[in-house]
Ligand binder design. Sequence first.
Ligand code: C5P
Length: 463
Amino acid sequence: MSAMAKTYAIILAAGKGERMQANVPKQFLKLAGRKVLEHTLCVFQKHARIDEIFLVINEESRLLVEEMLLSGDFPKVTKILGGGATRRESSLAGVRAVPEDNAYVLLHDSVRPFVSSRIIDDMLEALATFQAVDVAIPATDTIIEVDDRNRITNVPPRRYLRRGQTPQGFRADIIKRAHQLAAKETDVIATDDCGLVLRYGLCDIHVVPGEEKNIKITHSEDLFLADKLFQLNTVSMDPQIDLNRLLDRVVVIFGASQGIGAATAYMARAHGARVHGFSRTDNVDVADTEAVERALDKVVDQEGQVNHVVNTAAVLRHGRLLDRDMDDVRREIDINYLGSIHVARSAFKHLIPTKGSLALFTSSAFTRGRPLYSVYSSTKAAVVNLVQALAEESAPKHVRINAINPERTATPMRTRAFGQEDPNLLLTADAVAAATLRTLLSPFSGTVVDVRRNQDMPQEWIR
Ligand code: C5P
C-alpha cells in the first residue's frame, strides 16, 4: 500500500455516559476550558497525516455538536453521523461512511483526549505493513477471569496481558469486512473493533505501545485525574516555527535589561522585529502598574500597534520565610506576581486588535513549593494558574497567553541566588529566548511551555 493512503479518523462519541452519572455524556463535560470531545478532536485536527474526521454522535447531542463546530476550529470534520445503541453499531456507522477501500481508518474513543501524536504516528507507520493495528499498555494488575457466579475460572499469565486503548487502526477493507460479518450474526458483543477482526480471523493484528496517560474517561474519578493531567500538561515548542515570521512585528519585552529578557530582545531584533525593551533601569518597574501602562501606550504611540508582549521580570530571594523581612517578601510578590498581572492587564487591550500573544514566565518550581525559596516558587505557581484563567478569558478575542517554563538557566538572577554553577548543567538564555519567541508565534494558548537542555535550537544561536 502506498504511504499516501488517505487517512480517516472516526471519533466515537455516541455513548450516553451512564457510568458517570452526570447530566451530559462525559465527552461533553468541560475540562481545562474545553469539552472532552474538543480536546480529542484537537489532536486529530492538528495531526498532519489525518485527512478527514468523521464524528459519530447520538441525535440528542446533535445541536450541541453543531454549535461546537461553529467555532471553525475543526475543519477536518467532514461528516457527522448518527451512532447506534452499542459501540459496535456506532463504529459500523463510521466505517460504512468511508468511501475508499484502500484508505487507513483510525477508530478512536471520544473520551480519550490524551491520545498523543506519537501514538498516531506509530499506528500509521505500522499500517504501512499490517492491515490491523491495536494500541495497548502492559497490565500492571493481575487480570482474573470469573464466571457468572463471581468465581475465578482463570488467572492468565500477566506477561501476555495488555490493556487495550484506542485508536485502533485498519485498512478500510478489513474493518468493513469485519463489520459486515458481525452484522450477519445476532448478539455479537464487541467492546472494540480489533475484537471483530480477531473473531473472523481476517488478518494478524499488530500492537503498538500505548501510554498510561491515554486514559478513557469513564468514571467521575477519571474526570478528576484528567483535570490534573491537563493542569500539569506541558508542551515543548516546535523548533520548526520560523522566527523570521517576526519580521516587522512589534514586540514589547519587560525585564529586557539582562538575562532571558535581553536575549529575547536581541534575538527578536535579529529576526526583523521592532523591539521595545523596558526594565527598572529605565524606570519601568513591573510592580508599578502605571509605569507598565505608560510604557505600552508609548509603544502604541510610536508604532501604532503591539503584536507580542513578554514579561521576564522577576526576582528570586533565598531564605526561610520566618527569617525574611516582610517588606522584602511583599516586594518579591509585587514583582513576580503582581508584575505579571499588571503586564497582562495593560497588554490585553493592545493585543486584541492585532490578535496578538503574551508570554509570562514560570519555573519548574511551579508544580511543588521549594524550601528556601517558597515565595518565588509560589509566585511561579500563581503565574501558571493566572495564564490558564486568562487564556480562557481572552480566547473569544483571539489573544493567546502562555507560560514559559525554563529549566535552570544561566542568568544573572540565578547566579545571584545560587552562585557560580557548572554552565554545562544550565540552559542558555538564548535557548529560552528562541522557545519564547516561537511560543509567541504558535497557536498555543493557556499552555506551560517547557524549555529543556538539549532541545533543538538553530545552530546560529548556540554561542
Ligand atoms: O462504552 P465505552 O466505554 O466502550 O465507550 C467508548 C467510546 O465509544 C466512547 O467515546 C463512547 O462515546 C463511544 N460509544 C458510541 N456509541 C455507543 C457506545 C459508546 O459511540 N453506543
